[in-house]
Write a protein that binds this ligand. Sequence first.
Ligand code: BES
Ligand code: ZN
Length: 614
Amino acid sequence: MFTTLTRWLLACVLVLPLAANAARDQHSYSNPDQVLVTHLTLDLTADFDAQRLRGSVVLDFKRVAPEAAELVLDTRDLTIEAVQQRVAGIWKNAAFEVGKSSPDFGASLTVQLATEADQVKVVYESDPGASGLQWLEPAQTAGKKHPFLYSQAQAIHARSFVPLQDTPAVRITYDATLRVPKGLRAVMSASNDPTAPKDGVFNFNMPQPIPSYLLALAVGDLDFQPMGERTGVYAEPAILERAAWEFADTESMLEEVEKLYGAYTWDRYDLLILPPSFPWGGMENPRLSFITPTVIAGDRSLVSLIAHELAHSWSGNTVTNATWPDIWLNEGFTTYLTYRIMELVYGERRADMERVLGYQDLEADIASMPAPDTRLLPDLTGRDPDAAFSDVPYEKGALFVTEMEHRVGREAFDEFLRNYFQDFAFQSLTTDQFLAYADQHLVKPSGGKITMKRLRQWIFEPGIPEGAPVPSSDAFDRVAAEAKAWLAGEKSAEALNTESWTVDQWRFFLNNLPRGLSEQQLAELDAAFGLTASSNAEIAHSWLLIAIRHSYAPAWPRVDSYLVEIGRRKLIVPLYQALLESESGRQRATAIYERAAPGYQVVARNTVEALFDN
Ligand code: BES
Ligand code: ZN
């Protein structure tokens, strides 16, 4: 059929780019440049009593280097019971070795391969403290009756529940069987069947190749409610209806992105609402974004999170960062897309406000970071990607993308993005590959409107470059004027013109109040606007930050309950940081953390504990 030459050319095109990227991933022990895993078949039992996933994974692989005699996988705190290999259709034991374990990266699992081996099977179990899982007691769920399990693989935690090549440079398809207690529903980042009976066994298939960090599962008392033709929500019964109402615009968001950037290629787009300990706002697990319940505000004010996770279906899941320093390729483009979606679905005014809030977060973050880490392409050698997390890849990335758009014009840039998503579909790329592509398809055709020098400045230099497209919002100018009048004592809080303020405007108001307010001023605001009691998790966060910084005593019980109930890193970390600024705050933080810690996911716990150690 194929001539040798065509086959060789195909091999170069299909395999070499992967291999070239993979060889550079500092956060993986694996050897995809020699043996490339292409498919997983999982059969796992969720043992809630032991808090372990138990079972096996069969890994299909291709030999990239024909002589390769070893398959190297990533693991973290896994107990490996047996390793087999299939040789000419027959399963045989394989020699294996688990390497020395590092606290952040886990340990390698090296399997000796027979020349004709084409599959490897690992029988294993996860550790109760697996960094990529959280096992919740019934009391930690909305319904309080059933336990809950969820995974969070990004960045390098998939290895704590499946031995695999844990690098985003490698893509795999998968099949899975999950065995769970009867009466619970299991879901995955794959084909989910909302009508599947809760009889203890669930089967899944993921035919689109995904990077390992998008492997995801959850088990709980989950029901399903459709929101649109291709969209729906899985949640505990107690919150299902509220969630479906909150996120009812998901289908229109999906339609808007498709119009701009091309067809959605992942079949369905559903949401899974997690218990409040979920350490992230959202996670773009394909076909099934994982979502914090802290964005169910009752007024759709925090739905940009959905726009964000949906946008990842293009930037991130279809076109993927090849290594973790390249994460701005995922998060920067996605943040840019988020604002575009917000603009299309809710209008320019709201999108601009959210751009400004994002920009202000970025400024604050940059001010507190070592300069080298404020580069879009940071050096993460030897560092845990979780520890190096910041707003830089998100908001600096989005600003950079916005500047490219402004320079060449929206129409031309939209076309560039459409092509980019198509040309790299189901591939992983490095920043260098992006630069080469942009040179060809954006910079050269622009006739001098944008230069490679400028692109390199954005990517390789710290901080925000001079001339960046700093966002602004008239709606915030009006808020700033009210704030000024109140601070100057010209108007009482009650007399402020706040009736029509949106949640974004409240956040801007609170985030921009100066330090050094008096107790009386805080009490006045609180009395006028009920801030301590706010049920909006973002408003409460902004207010509690102020309260802590000013030792505003009436807010202490709320600080306490907020930190105990919520485990979302972005909402709790700044509050702990603020508490740790004073000695009395440290004591308070210690007491709160002692009660809160058992409810936090491992990664959130590690982040907070690192603050205490500083
Ligand atoms: N993919 C990220 C979450 C993530 C990043 C997990 C890095 C682990 C390592 C997700 O899409 C995200 O960005 N979530 C944000 C949402 C926000 C920016 C709208 C979050 O969780 O706060
Ligand atoms: Zn994201």
